[in-house]
Design a protein around this ligand. Sequence first.
Ligand code: UDP
Ligand code: G50
Length: 461
Amino acid sequence: MSSSSSCVHVALLPSAGMGHLTPFLRLAATLSRHNCHVTLITPQPTVSNAESKLLSNFFTAFPHVNQLNLHLLPSSSSNGDPFFLQFDAIRRSSHLLHPLLSSLSPPLSSFVYDMTLTSPVLPVATAIGVPHYILFTSSASMFSFYSFFPTAAESLSDCDGFDIPGLSFLSKSLMPPQVLDREGVFRRLFMEDSPKLLKLHGVLLNTFEEFESKTLKALNLGYVVKDLPPVHALGPFVPCYEFEGLGERGEPLKWLDEQPHGSVIYVCFGSRTALEGKQIREIGDGLVRSGFRFLWVVKGNKVDKEDEENGLKGLLGTEILEKIRKENKGLVVKEWVDQRQILDHSAVGGFVSHCGWNSVMEAAFYGVPILGWPLLGDQRINAEFVVSNGGFGIWKKDWGWEGERLVRGEEIGEAIKELMSNESLVTKAKEVKVAARKAIGIGGSSEINLQKLTEEWKKSQ
Ligand code: UDP
Ligand code: G50
């Protein structure tokens, strides 16, 4: 873009987990390519090896991006989800940000932080006196729910859900159980953080106007929450070859090279979802039953640092491994894969996904139909969007949240057959792919939104 934004200096603060770090790094890369000076604040230590590796690849590829380490205070507890504990550690360390940010040169033009850090970071950003934004790393649908929630929370005990402007009726069954639970961590975060949205200069989203148009319009017209600041759709955040998946093309890609066009179903539940052993074995059974070729990423632990404990044999059992070997149609791996290159591979014809928003946007960008299997949090709201509005997927509402019930191999096999034999999903996914690329191309909606934003930042200096 123009040299007009050459003196814009943006600081970015991601929170824990690949699902939060990845979109921040993609945004950092985009801003850097648009001639912004970027400072990336990196909370240390990271939770997973995947995060530290991605960061190190990023700084090698973008040496001109300024890195500021935020040395975290220890977490308040050692029990619980390590990623949520890290949100807490970053929140509790946020007072350390002020000296880091106020000494930056050139002075900051804007500051973008993760949505999970809203309450504690907001006073710091306000004190520094720069325009500040959250990057909400999920869908616009989820953001609508998040911003609407506090006003409707009390009425939830005696209704089945609510109508949010710009969305279809949102049934309680789609809402994150961790938010519905009065004692849940996310309930507290939502009640505390969401009302503070009004104090931000804006909200950045990894989506695009043509994708979630009704929802974005309702948000920006103030129909969801009055006086909500502007919501800027800047996506899809493009997977970046300069720092993601550096190194050799691994076994999965080489294996895909040997498979026919559109023949393979790719199965991956994101970076931090480990299913129970018995559910993993049912998936194996379902994949074999489907009769399709498959590339399956198995995760035995939430955090990869603990991964050595349990090999594939331990997780799947010899029986199913033997079946897979005999059929010779699938590849099973228990390692970090380069999902971006997998979805971009012509052999891949379908994606069994938990509907983490980054995965949904990547599937949209590469035009791959989804069989959604939402397991927690925002994932049902995202899955519902993929099916009902995006139109490039299916999901089985009776499969339950994570661990709620055992989904049998027969059901999984049938759903995969349904996905892989539905030509209209392929057509729709291709349309979504074209629209996604248009949005970030020259003159596209997201490109224009980004230009406007950087111009605003420049003016506010
Ligand atoms: N991912 C990957 N390889 C893996 C697992 C995940 O590249 O083996 C990437 C995936 O492409 C996506 C991110 O990790 O960019 C996961 O984010 P998402 O929002 O889909 O789910 P989360 O991990 O937050 O549940
Ligand atoms: C995971 C989870 C429960 C849950 C969510 C998860 C979300 C995501 C959106 O990702 O709702 C979100 C999280 C925190 C926040 C704002 C928005 O402060 O187990 O609800």
